[in-house]
Design a protein around this ligand. Structure first.
Ligand SMILES: [Zn+2]
Length: 712
């Protein structure tokens, strides 16, 4: 019984492009000829991509749902009295076919999709959601779980089993399994209304964003953009049957072109289009929808026994309560805003030196920050890239750091079938030579790949199921011409370390139960191992081992290394402030009680920011309430803080390594044993504190971001 959502998909859409495979059909019968029918016989039960055809997925997914439902019903209808073994453990064993099919399907639709597969995905989405509901709302099943939970003190379960029982029970309760029939009906009604409003928000925002694109009739308004950007703007206009030039809006408040647009009036108009996109008083105005959404969510939380939506959402997170998340954000505000103010002053100095004669406004920030960056932090990608050849970064950097810390080794397996020719597979062995995991990497950009970078699993580790982990990393690094080396930027290097940190979390998993294994942890914890692993990219003993010129093998000159380090602190005050402001808005909306009246979005937003000392004229929130799609259209409500929370953990954790001789096997093994191998088998705050020797604190985060000197 697992959730089938891809965990780490960075926001991104499928790029339209050269896609040729014909549509898969879903009506093929399911039988032994289907490659998902039985567990794979390949090493590590790796998916048999040499045998899997597009048409195999849909019948396997549908048969998988039917099979899991039958297995669940057999548990629920078992005439024997409920026991931990015949109910909780039995649930862990269900749904294997669906897991196999969905894991491969998720991998391929994320990284190598086509219209046929996309259609299957769209067709199955609602069915999968219904399937999950059918399990968590199975009253007979919950009655058994609740009966076992009631006797938990007398069962003498080991710690991991106790945790599983708690997690399962909480999941049922949080989904409403404990409610009376009348309340369940009310819950379904609220769920339906919330889903409809959330959908309506997304639809309105899509149109609002499209309509708010900046239009210029005269090319001179776009002064500062490169030829290719201007060509793209002309093309965007043509695509809309408009004259002139169109700059479509990105999701965020700030727009990438604002860094180069020279005409101040253009910047202001473009920024205001972005800022006011959802507040036009027309059919696409989202303010009414979000006010109602916030209220309905609060009502649902109340029905489920929580004071507000955030309290309901955070119950299974490391932070546990909105108060803890708010306190954490509050601790970031002084350092972040003081640093942003200092950055703002640097920018105002540039404006004044150029006799601009105006006060810095948000639409000026990126344009002048770019000049400050060039003057103070200039890092030339072309100068740096020859030292970062992809394969060298992978084997002598990413793998090397893991070998130093954890003693693991890597051997490429050309015999493991892959879903696309650029994908590589490595067998990973433990220090004692025992097989540990299979790791795939798929680094190059393709038109049929989602944007961003992510990690996921084909096979989750579980002692109960006898499986070792099969995990993969995907990214969108530029693919070189045939025969040329793949030279990448330092940002791309960091991405490789980041995703490999997730991979380590998956590969070191050493748990009994699949649903507690590896990266199956809370949202405010899951980015911790990955962000933590980024630290090794710049660690001298690692950096010096991989950052070598691809032609001469010379190490990177010291002054270039210093530039990379310095560049990492550029504009950090702004970036952190805009993130905290957005996370704060999210939390303020979602800590409203059910009794609160409908909010007027603008007033509420202003009040919330003011209360937290985040109402700053030049640094607006990264998303404004009216276009904050993570929290209204997506599943990140009361969860946007999680990005920052995980950053606190990674910096706090790295501080521990710094205090204990850094990159050593002893440190790595201890971290692996107490954190990375343990998935969700213990309360995450306790797990962290046991390893760290104390609760996490925010000071290392401020220090590593260069914010401490101006903080309090
Ligand atoms: Zn990540």
């Amino acid at each position: 019984m697992r959730k089938y959502m891809t965990a780490f998909l960075a926001s991104g859409v499928i790029a339209a492009g050269t896609i040729s495979t014909p549509a898969a059909t879903g009506d093929a019968a399911f039988g032994p000829s289907n490659p998902f029918y039985a567990p794979s016989t390949l090493p590590f039960q790796a998916p048999p991509f040499d045998k899997i055809k597009d048409a195999d997925y849909q019948p396997a997914i549908e048969a998988g749902m039917a099979q899991e439902l039958a297995e669940i019903e057999a548990i629920a209808d078992n005439p024997a009295p409920p026991t931990f073994e015949n109910t909780i453990v039995a649930m862990e064993k269900t749904g294997r076919l669906l897991q196999r099919a969905m894991a491969a399907f998720g991998g391929v639709t994320g990284a190598n999709t086509n219209p046929g597969l996309q259609k299957v995905r769209a067709d199955e989405a609602a069915k999968l959601a219904e399937h999950q509901d059918a399990i968590v709302l199975n009253a007979k099943l919950f009655a058994r779980v609740a009966a076992i939970y009631k006797q938990r003190e007398t069962l003498k379960l080991d710690a991991e089993s106790q945790r599983l029982l708690q997690v399962d029970y909480d999941n049922f309760v949080r989904s409403g399994a404990n409610l009376s029939d009348a309340d369940k009906t009310e819950l379904k009604k609220l769920n339906g209304e919330i889903a409809t409003l959330s959908e309506s928000f997304s639809t309105k925002l899509l149109d609002a964003t499209k309509n708010a694109a900046f239009v210029a009739t005269d090319k001179s308004a776009l002064d500062g953009l490169g030829d290719s950007q201007i060509a793209a703007a002309a093309q965007a206009a043509q695509g809309r049957n408009q004259q002139g030039y169109v700059l479509p809006l990105q999701n965020t408040t700030q727009q990438p072109q604002l860094g180069s647009l020279r005409v101040r009036a253009t910047r202001q108009a473009f920024f205001e289009k972005s800022w006011n996109r959802g507040e036009q008083g027309d059919a696409n105005d989202t303010r009414d929808v979000i006010a109602h959404l916030a209220q309905l969510r609060a009502q649902r939380a109340q029905l489920l026994g929580f004071p507000n939506h955030a309290a309901w959402k955070l119950g299974d997170q490391m932070a546990k309560t909105p108060e803890a998340a708010l306190k954490f954000m509050g601790a970031l505000v002084p350092g972040a805003t003081a640093r942003a103010a200092a950055e703002g002053k640097d920018i105002q100095d540039v404006i004044d030196a150029q006799k601009g004669g105006f006060k810095l406004e948000p639409w000026d920030w990126d344009f002048y920050a770019e000049q400050v960056r060039k003057a103070k932090y200039d890092l030339n990608d072309a100068e740096v890239k020859p030292y970062f050849e992809l394969n060298n970064v992978l084997e002598n950097g990413v793998f090397y750091a893991a070998r130093q810390l954890y003693g693991i080794s890597f051997k490429e397996r050309k015999d493991i079938p892959v879903y696309q020719a650029d994908v590589r597979a490595f067998e990973v062995s433990d220090a004692d030579g025992k097989p540990l995991a299979l790791f795939y990497c798929d680094y190059f950009k393709r038109d049929n790949k989602n944007g961003g970078a992510w990690m996921d699993s084909f096979v989750p580790q579980s002692k109960l199921l006898g499986t070792l982990p099969v995990v993969y990393n995907v990214a969108n690094l530029p693919k070189p011409a045939p025969g040329e080396p793949a030279l990448i930027s330092f940002t791309d290097v960091t991405t490789m370390f980041h995703e490999f940190g997730h991979a380590l979390h998956g590969m070191f998993a050493n748990t009994e139960y699949p649903s507690l294994s590896g990266t199956a942890t809370a949202r405010d914890f899951v980015e911790f191992p990955s962000q933590f692993n980024e630290h090794w990219a710049l660690y001298p003993a690692v950096f010096n081992h991989y950052a070598k010129h691809y032609k001469t093998n010379e190490p990177m000159p010291a002054e270039l290394v210093a530039k990379i380090r310095k560049a990492a602190t550029f504009n950090q005050g702004y970036k952190l402030t805009e993130l905290v402001a957005a996370a704060e808005l999210d939390m303020q909306w979602h800590t409203l009680p059910a009794s609160a009246p409908l909010q007027r979005s603008d007033a509420f937003e202003k009040q919330s920011l003011e209360k937290m000392h985040l109402l700053l004229s030049a640094v607006p929130p990264r998303y404004r309430s009216s276009y904050f799609s993570h929290i209204w259209g997506g599943d990140y409500s009361a969860g946007y803080y999680a990005y920052l929370w995980a950053e606190m953990l990674e910096d706090d954790a790295y501080q521990w390594f710094e205090d204990h001789d850094g990159l050593t096997r002893a440190n790595g093994d201890r971290f692996r044993q107490m954190v990375l191998s343990r998935g969700n088998t213990e309360d995450l705050a306790k797990m962290y504190a046991a390893w760290r020797g104390k609760d996490p604190s925010v000071e290392p985060m401020l220090k590593y971001r260069g914010l401490q000197e101006s903080g309090h």
